[in-house]
Design a protein around this ligand. Structure first.
Ligand SMILES: [Zn+2]
Ligand SMILES: [Zn+2]
Length: 389
């Protein structure tokens, strides 16, 4: 042991790490922003108002005006959308309501072929709503727009403005990433449209506008960290605009303008965000109040995969009940993974919320040792999974 000291530094700490550091009394804060450039001016745009005013475009009137001003000033803009196409959630365009699982507090995902909404943690499912269950209007929509579609709509709305799309499809080509960034940095391209990969690190002083087309889609991902991830991204994005001498404009378009995480991101107010978020983690026993253990079962033979996953979950649940600890080691699923198939293999998951610490891990470990995995089935265990795809 060398007695070395580790310092973790960030403007948007991980909720669980912050909780632990706070409890240990080991936090040093830098309340002042470094550098002279002020914060960008962030506007939250209520998309419900746009619809009421007859604007059905994905660009609100204020974002559109901001873009026009930006181009007239000879500046550049970034438009951000969520990672493409893994999941489609519902949201009411009249009242902002999003169908969520009552038990898991994550958005239900639409499965078009069966017209069902499903929770990918606990497998709860219902028939997809036609009417919004909150305001009873036929205004429930299912979201999930890709970068390509946004590019098309942008070209229609802003003919003659040079635009570049940056997503994992395009970036899969060799050197495409570098070419894209060069073209944007040199000012050749006025607008960059992309997923979260463009939110980090890009430092172009001439960028004075950042538009988040759907802030809701950043939060409504089927992961208990959805709110945290969305907050981090919005906070970072707000720091992208106006890095030069020019004060930036930032737009968060949303159907839920009162949502606490959007508002705290606007104010770059991590402490207030943390106070809210930690309560909901506690209420649903998510980390730091539990550890998540994820079993991933995959097989080319779909039925075999389902059967094995069901069997494992059943035996694990029985074991916990027998020991009288099913509340402390909660088993969710099996359910299908968000990415249902990879390389012809069907994927299923079982989630374990462990509030027993080391003892829980010991129990699960012993259980796993006794599982015999069929030949054409894969069985993977992920402790503290970084994503739930
Ligand atoms: Zn659920
Ligand atoms: Zn509604």
């Amino acid at each position: 042991r060398t007695g070395a000291v580790v310092v973790l530094g960030t403007a948007t700490p991980d909720i669980a790490s912050f909780f632990r550091a706070k409890n240990a009394g080991r936090i040093i804060t830098l309340p002042e922003r470094i550098g002279t450039g002020g914060l960008a001016q962030v506007r939250i745009v209520d998309m419900k108002e746009e619809i009421k005013n007859g604007n059905k475009s994905i660009f609100s009137r204020s974002l559109k005006k901001g873009l026009i001003d930006t181009f007239e000033e000879g500046k550049q803009a970034i438009l951000l959308i969520n990672r493409r196409g893994f999941s489609t959630y519902g949201q009411c365009s009249n009242c902002g309501y999003t169908p969520k699982c009552k038990r898991c507090d994550i958005p239900l995902i639409l499965h078009k072929t069966e017209n069902k909404l499903r929770c990918h943690y606990c497998n709860y499912e219902i028939q997809a709503y036609d009417l919004c269950p909150s305001c009873f209007n036929a205004t429930l929509r299912y979201f999930g727009m890709g970068t390509q579609r946004v590019e098309e709509l942008f070209r229609k709305e802003f003919p003659g403005i040079s635009v570049l799309r940056m997503d994992s499809d395009i970036m899969a080509k060799k050197h495409a990433h570098i070419h894209a960034l060069e073209s944007f940095s040199s000012g050749e391209t006025s607008v960059l449209i992309g997923t979260q990969m463009i939110a980090k690190g890009l430092d172009v002083p001439n960028v004075t506008l950042v538009g988040v087309l759907s802030a809701d889609s950043l939060f409504n991902i089927p992961d208990f960290r959805g709110t945290e991830r969305g907050f981090q991204l919005l906070t970072q994005v707000a720091g992208r605009a106006g890095r030069g001498d020019f004060r930036g404009r930032v737009y968060f378009q949303t159907y839920e303008p009162e949502f606490f995480a959007v508002n705290h991101a606007k104010e770059q107010d991590y402490p207030s965000f943390y106070c809210y978020e930690i309560q909901s983690r506690n209420e649903y026993s998510y980390p730091p109040f539990s550890d998540i253990i994820r079993f991933i079962i995959s097989s080319k033979a779909e039925i075999k995969g389902i059967k094995f996953a069901s069997d494992v979950a059943y035996r694990l649940k029985a074991l916990m009940e027998e020991r009288g600890i099913s509340e402390r080691l909660e088993i969710l699923g099996p359910s299908r993974c968000i990415i249902q198939r990879i390389k012809e293999e069907y994927r299923f998951q079982i989630l374990i919320k462990n509030t027993l610490g080391e003892n829980g891990h010991f129990l699960v470990n012993n259980f796993v040792k006794q599982v015999s995995v069929p030949q054409d089935v894969k069985f993977l265990i992920d402790v503290d999974p970084s994503d739930m795809l």
